[in-house]
Design a protein around this ligand. Structure first.
Ligand code: GAR
Length: 203
């Protein structure tokens, strides 16, 4: 198993990106193993998805911790105890602290439902609709200390249609998320990602 990239996946909700990562691993198109799923929400459906596949789950409720730092120290403790190589934020609706980034330098990935640097933060899909762009999409990026500002690894675009609602646009974007997130992780697993400042080169 040692040539499999060891993942820690952080979720807060539905976990469809988690599911897509699980499916790609099971199909053999992603050479990785999910060592742990951590949720900050005990009602997240992603927990059920993980358990169905025999993946260990930990729920960390923010109320239990004094502050963000303490929460992230516990995250680090769990991720290190599982010997995780890469931390995957998959709909994890929490800003992580520099402490976590220091523990996993250039080893935290996120997926965002917009073509960054446009529409960072929450409700990326609604922001795109409200702005009136004709193309939106999703972005996989390394996490840095800003909000959705880290080096971009992969992006995929979708058309915004006249009749789109936030829900229909989000669903079309999500389909692309499910393709490019496993792809980006596989590129990392193959050592094909080179980071140079803001720029990511895929070799
Ligand atoms: C996804 O659309 C993801 O891009 C977004 O939350 C959704 C989670 O869906 N993340 C963010 O908005 C982060 N800023 P999922 O739980 O079904 O994977």
């Amino acid at each position: 198993m040692s040539d499999f990239l060891k993942l820690g996946v952080l979720i807060s909700g539905n976990g469809s990106n988690l599911q897509s990562i699980i499916d790609h691993i099971e199909k053999g198109s992603l050479k990785a193993i999910i060592k742990i799923v951590i949720s900050n929400n005990s009602d997240a459906y992603g927990i059920t998805r993980a358990k169905k596949h025999g993946i260990p789950v930990v729920v960390l409720k923010s109320g239990v911790f004094k502050n963000k730092e303490e929460f992230d120290l516990e995250l680090i403790r769990i991720l290190e105890s599982k010997d995780v190589d890469l931390v995957i934020l998959a709909g994890f609706m929490r800003i992580i602290t520099p402490t976590l980034l220091k523990a996993f330098p250039q080893k935290v990935m996120n997926i965002h439902p917009a073509l960054l640097p446009s529409f960072p933060g929450i409700h990326g899909q609604k922001q795109a609709l409200d702005y009136g762009v004709k193309l939106s999409g999703c972005t996989v990026h390394f996490v840095d200390e800003g909000v959705d500002t880290g080096p971009i690894i992969l992006q995929s675009a979708v058309q915004v249609l006249n009749e789109d609602t936030e829900e229909t646009l989000a669903a079309r974007i999500l389909k692309e998320e499910h393709k490019i997130y496993p792809q980006a992780i596989q590129l990392f697993a193959e050592g094909k990602i080179e980071i140079n400042g803001r720029k990511v080169r895929i070799n």
